[in-house]
Design a protein around this ligand. Sequence first.
Ligand code: ADP
Length: 261
Amino acid sequence: EKKVQTKKLLTFEKISHIICVASGKGGVGKSTTAVNLAIALAQQGKRVGLLDADIYGPSLPQLLDLHEKPSLTLDKKLLPLMKYGIQALSIGLMIPANKAVIWRGPMVQGAFLQLLKEADWDVDVLVIDMPPGTGDVQLTLAQQIQVSGAIIVSTPQDLALIDATRALQMFQSVNVPILGMIENMSFFECPQCHHQSHIFHHGGARQTAQTLSIPFLGEIPLDMTTRISSDTGKPITIYEPEHPCSKIYHQIASKLIHVLF
Ligand code: ADP
């Protein structure tokens, strides 16, 4: 009973597991979490891909400081870019940033499936950074692709948790297994006096996970180094591997490896 259950849907020869990182709404740190988890998984010896499918705010070019266009292989597949030890492709590398908002339904589905099916991934785990909420990409993924599981990122306050719960229930309703919930911006520890302030409340995601009987994967504090590193394309797991936040990303990555392999 250790392996995550999967169903008969589209699978890929060279992608062992697809996991998606999702959130109820934007701005909760979903992309930052996806990037650092992907890197932590790679640092723990897995071959990892990161697919940024966040059509409304593709942030992988910024988070990984990655701006080249992917090249094509001989058989005309997109060759994922290599950065910080992971393979990466972003919907943001395919379309100009100012066009993203006018993409709808079939176009979004097409671009997303192209990045999955027509790219030369060769990985143990493909992490998909999902758009927030419950839209076209979620639907395509759930209806067509065999997903090993979803991770829901939420901040601790009630309003965010209501949206996170909705996203979570959407995955459950289409039989995508839930790998667990992560509380991001969980608390703030003053660098001077080490007092912890619970700016957005604290522990809400753990409580929600418990109520919904899904695993709780960890708490990542509201942290300035994490913010700066992610906004400057220098992931904390690469540039400050000993930082407490990097260690938390690693703990969560180990839990995922334990469940998936
Ligand atoms: P989302 O993908 O949910 O929209 P992002 O990952 O883009 O969120 O993060 C939104 C903002 O919050 C970014 O400026 C990012 O640097 C910052 N951020 C994310 N996680 C943390 C954290 N744990 N501590 C401080 N800032 C964070």
